[in-house]
Design a protein around this ligand. Sequence first.
Ligand SMILES: NC(=O)c1ccc[n+]([C@@H]2O[C@H](COP(=O)([O-])OP(=O)(O)OC[C@H]3O[C@@H](n4cnc5c(N)ncnc54)[C@H](OP(=O)(O)O)[C@@H]3O)[C@@H](O)[C@H]2O)c1
Length: 335
Amino acid sequence: MIDLEVTQQGKLLIYGATGYTGTLIVHEAARRGLDFEIAGRNEEKLAALSTELNVPYHVFPVNDLGGWKASLEGKTALLNIAGPFSETAEYAMEAAILFKVHYFDITAEVDIYRLAESKDAAAKAAGIMLLPGAGLFATYDPLVVHTAKRVKNPIAMRAAFKYSGGFTPGSVASSSNIINAGMLVRKNGKIKKLNEAPSATFDLGNGPEDFSLMPLGGVVLSFKSTGIPDIEEYFKLALSAGSNVEGAVKFEEGHPKKELITVRSQILIEITDEDGMVVRSMADMPEGYLPTVTSAVEVVNRALKGSYQIGFQSPASAYGSALMTSLLDVVITDF
Ligand SMILES: NC(=O)c1ccc[n+]([C@@H]2O[C@H](COP(=O)([O-])OP(=O)(O)OC[C@H]3O[C@@H](n4cnc5c(N)ncnc54)[C@H](OP(=O)(O)O)[C@@H]3O)[C@@H](O)[C@H]2O)c1
């Protein structure tokens, strides 16, 4: 890990700044005093946001190399929030490698984690970090590492994510990509596609509940951070898929308002060790997109301050299990 004592903080470019999550993230970045510029493809929205926050903006389509060159000049890191990431991540990662800036995104699309993994050598050669999944996975992945450390030799991991909140259009498009990736699990260290989607029962504190298998990304990211050879991930939606995101995420004037959060999401991690012992740890966190907004800004800020590891990284492979305890209103229980 490179941990520089930097006196001057690096500068950030946020691409996809004008979407729902992007707007929340830029307000949080401004609140925390990050030095950043914004970018995207919609001039009207960017100009309005730029005026509101008093930050420069850049307008260019994601496949415009000249746009990347000009906007990444003098930057330390790129945070890509333009999703679905199947349309944007490859261009943005290639630009980050070419112009030598650290790359972050908030994707939950498992294929994008595999894409970043495939660019590990190129990122190392460029001396930059590629860290996809700096949103939800900034809690999930450190929680896996935390739980795995509770046993001597972990050999299997199962995760259950119960999500409370709505979905934006970008998330709906990304969800299709997650589902279309197929029923992926990791078995004996290798990614395997199942023909049928098994269900499983987990108790998150309110009695047994049914969850469906879904590749959330731990099959790539948490394998990276722990090397656990068998990984299965399950998902359950606490609210209906039609829930309006505006009603499910509590921000006021663009800033997270912890006291307004009444519904919570949970991630349960279950680790089995070589002797068959099972331990569980659970993260209880605010509903909706709040954890993503605060996590992304926290993770990116670390790189801007000179703390990073080159190559493909997961949140925990770069910043360890302690990352989750630095996040807003995440409560961990071991049992
Ligand atoms: N895992 C997590 O923690 C987490 C949490 C929240 C969101 N997300 C993901 O983040 C992404 C954005 O979410 P959101 O809530 O901001 O969605 P959104 O409100 O629908 O906004 C999508 C943004 O992406 C931009 N965009 C989409 N396709 C693009 C392309 N081909 N080229 C350039 N820009 C493009 C849009 O630009 P225009 O305005 O020009 O259309 C818009 O700024 C989604 O993929 C979502 O799944 C992940």
